[in-house]
Design a protein around this ligand. Structure first.
Ligand code: SF4
Ligand code: SF4
Ligand code: SF4
Length: 356
């Protein structure tokens, strides 16, 4: 494809059938593949729509993704899944977006062996570590996307007391790292990632590569601002109960879950607004406390999960007192507005206030 500069630091790619934008997906960090699985449930857009070119103006893409790829095999050679990664390393795959799923263990602290790898080194027959792939490919990629909380901030594998020294991609490459096209690491957290947050962000980057979208807006933690700008609480359909001081004391209640351990008021996540799959679900909406799985401090700063968050005690006590008064006043208004106006009747007089 042809590369032309269009703005200060973004290149535009003219992707064609013969020269598509490749998406190289490494799920060989410390990962459960949950984010790959989640993406198969995306609806806005679907992964099929991205891969098959169903979206107007979207560049042609070729997806190399372990979850769905027919090609397999861990060594270098034709018709081999890992060959695409060797090609990219040799500079023969232009352009490509590197997607990383799973946290990056610290290979510098191990005593022997390796923590995790992907494909074999033909010279030695030994696995190539995930960190080595990142070292080889990041500088050649159009953009690097960290998908899921493990890849973005370390997640579950990076908990206190872990033996691998695991970290997220920005911890590994540096928070100020930029791709050769001037794009910072794009972080889409979530454990797993919300399917549509993932497919929408990939779509955005492809439109940006085609020159149809400006530089992707990211916040300080490198998240797309339009997806992670609001809290769970701001989008929760139980927020009215919170405001009226009505708190569930057991599961199965429709009321606010804060006393059961919901961290929603301080968690940046759009899941309750968006629903989990095709608009349906969304943790607190359907009765599950928010355990803050999208957050950089997850999981340590939110444990133990089933306890009421420490800050919630003060705010829920305040809203409990205020909410009781407000609810009483609302009851009066509610009784009034729950009745029809008095002039609707069958009598022979018009009482609507109409004057001919
Ligand atoms: Fe699995 Fe969660 Fe890590 Fe994704 S972020 S790889 S879903 S543990
Ligand atoms: Fe906020 Fe959680 Fe209560 Fe929803 S359930 S209103 S997110 S505290
Ligand atoms: Fe995770 Fe909370 Fe968002 Fe659910 S609502 S996905 S637990 S951050």
């Amino acid at each position: 494809g042809e590369t032309t500069a269009t703005s200060a630091d973004v290149d535009t790619i003219d992707a064609t059938e013969e020269s598509p934008i490749h998406i190289l997906w490494i799920n060989a960090g410390l990962s459960c593949d949950g984010d790959s699985v989640a993406l198969t449930a995306a609806t806005q857009p679907t992964i099929e729509e991205i891969a098959l070119g169903a979206l107007p103006g979207l560049p042609k893409v070729a997806v190399h993704w372990p979850l769905i790829d027919y090609e397999c095999g861990p060594v270098q050679g034709a018709d081999n899944f890992v060959e695409w990664f060797f090609k990219a390393d040799r500079g023969e795959l232009e352009p490509f977006v590197l997607v990383i799923e799973g946290s990056i263990p610290n290979e510098a602290i191990k005593r022997e062996g390796y923590w995790c790898g992907f494909g074999d080194d033909p010279e030695t027959g030994q696995p190539i570590t995930t960190s080595e792939w990142i070292d080889r490919l990041a500088s050649k990629a159009l953009a690097v996307v960290a998908i899921g909380t493990c890849a973005t901030y370390g997640g579950i594998h990076a908990m206190q007391g872990n033996p691998t020294g695991a970290m997220g991609v920005p911890d590994y490459l540096g928070w100020d790292w930029k791709s050769k096209a001037g794009i910072p690491i794009v972080c889409i957290p979530g454990c797993p990632v919300h399917p549509d947050n993932a497919s929408e962000t990939l779509t955005y980057l492809l439109y940006q590569a085609a020159g149809s979208a400006p530089m992707i807006p990211l916040d300080e933690e490198l998240r797309p601002t339009w997806l992670f700008g609001a809290t769970v609480h701001e989008g929760c359909d139980r927020a009215g109960y919170y405001e009226q001081g009505q708190f569930a004391t057991e599961y199965g209640s429709p009321q606010c879950l804060v006393k059961l351990g919901c961290w929603g008021p301080v968690v940046k996540c759009n899941v309750p607004k968006r629903g989990w799959i095709n608009g349906v679900g969304g943790c607190p909406n359907v009765g599950g406390i928010c355990i803050a799985c999208t957050m950089p401090g997850f999981p340590d700063k939110f444990m133990p999960f089933m306890d009421e968050p420490p800050g919630a005690r003060i705010s829920s006590t305040a809203s409990g007192a205020y909410g009781t008064v407000i609810r009483k006043l609302r009851d009066i208004t509610a009784r009034t507005v729950d009745k029809e106006p008095k002039w609707r009747h069958r009598g022979d007089k018009i009482l609507t206030g109409y004057r001919p």
